[in-house]
Each structure stands twice: as structure tokens, then as C-alpha cells.
Write a protein that binds this ligand. Sequence first.
Ligand code: 13P
Length: 257
Amino acid sequence: MRTTNMRPKLIAGNWKMYTSAAAAEELAVAVAAGAPADPNIRLAICPPSIWLTRVAAVLKGSTVSLGGQNCHFEKEGAYTGELAPAMLIDAGCQYVILGHSERRHGFGETDELLNKKTKAALAAGLHVIFCIGELLAEREAERTEAVLDRQLTAGLAGLTPEQMANVVLAYEPVWAIGTGKVASPEQAQAAHAFVRGKIAMLFGEVVAQAVLIQYGGSVKPDNAATLLNLPDVDGALVGGASLKAELFLAIAAGAKR
Ligand code: 13P
């Protein structure tokens, strides 16, 4: 096992259901202007889908990538309110977040559904930020690894090692999301190492060493550097603090080795 790695860090902002049109543009302008020049620190922002084309226009020519927060698994059809993966590509996205806990637990998205969505998003040419994480009750019952195992095995079932090059994993313990209760460095590193080991079992060691595993859950400027420098933490998926450019950029600055 290597002690250092050449993996870049990916800091992604999940804006959830926040921002007006004007606020989204203003935030994107500020993030693009302050993005680090270091090619090993990559930024992505994931605004509400209705602002994607506006934000894409702002990001044009910048180093900041754009992502959606969800998509459907069909190419098109009578699915009121849904978005097809190709629509996200058309709107200028490189990424889509799938399996966020707010979709798993708030909208009943299952491992099987997320597997279909992941395959469809990859087929359309998107990179998938695939979220996993345990509930507080699951952690307290010492079921964290069993939950992560199931979410990875079922959610990524049928993907090829080649397809995994376009998958980023985001470990987001549900009890740390929006609560201010960040995972301890020991908890984060242990979960990330488990996830990387599981990916090695499913797809081989080469894929496991290359896959980016972000941490998410109450990442702030004051805890970012510690988390981002753990051996198996390759970035952050940031909620609340991604809504303020100075906080988001300060988190990215914490990724400097
Ligand atoms: P917070 O950073 O607000 O805890 O949210 C994390 C998250 O859900 C990112 O997807």
C-alpha cells in the first residue's frame, strides 16, 4: 500500500435548493475568479438545475466544472419534473451528484434505482459523484461498514473498471450533514480506507488507487485542511459552506499539500 498518492483533490459545492438566479450567478463569478491555479486542486459547483445554463455561461473559460444534483435514468420520456442525463450535458455539466442522502432518505431512492441512474449518467458522458453514508443509528449499531458495503456493491453493480474512471465517491455520514458535527479524522480515514478496500475487491487495486473519495458533512474552512490531508480523503463535497465563495475557496485552499 502506498503512503503517498498522486490523486488530485476535487472540491465540489452542492448548492442544494438554495440561491436565486442573481445569487447563483454572483456566487459562480466569485468562485471562478478565486479558483486555485494548481491543477491538482479541482473545483466543481452544482447549482439548482434551473440555474445550470446561467452558471455554465459564467464558468465558460474558467477551470471550475459544473454539475447537476440529480438525474433520471431514462433518455427521455413522460417523466414530469425530471431531467435526462443528456440534458445535463447539454446545459454544460461535466458532473452529476447521485445518491445524496437527501435523495436516498428524503425521496426514497434505492440502491437499485441509483445503479440505473449511475449507468445512464455514465453512458451519457457525465462523471458521477456517487454518495454513500450511514445514518446515526447505523453507526451506533456498528453497521457503518455493512451499509457502505451494500451501497457500493449494489449501487455500482455491473460497472466496468473503465467506467469507474468517471466515478467519484463521496462518503457523507448522514449524521454529519448540515449538523455541524463533522466526522473525526479517525472516523473519516477509517471509512475512506474501508471504501477504497471495497473498491479494490470490486474493481481491482488499480481502480481503487485512482478513484477519488470525497468526504462530505459539515466541511468548513477550519476543519478542511485536516480532513483533506488524510491519506484516503481526496476532496470534499460541501453543502452550506459552498454558498459563500470565500468559505468555499478557503476550503479548497486547505487541500494544498
Ligand atoms: P453540509 O456541508 O452543509 O453539512 O452538507 C454536506 C452535503 O450534504 C454535501 O452534499
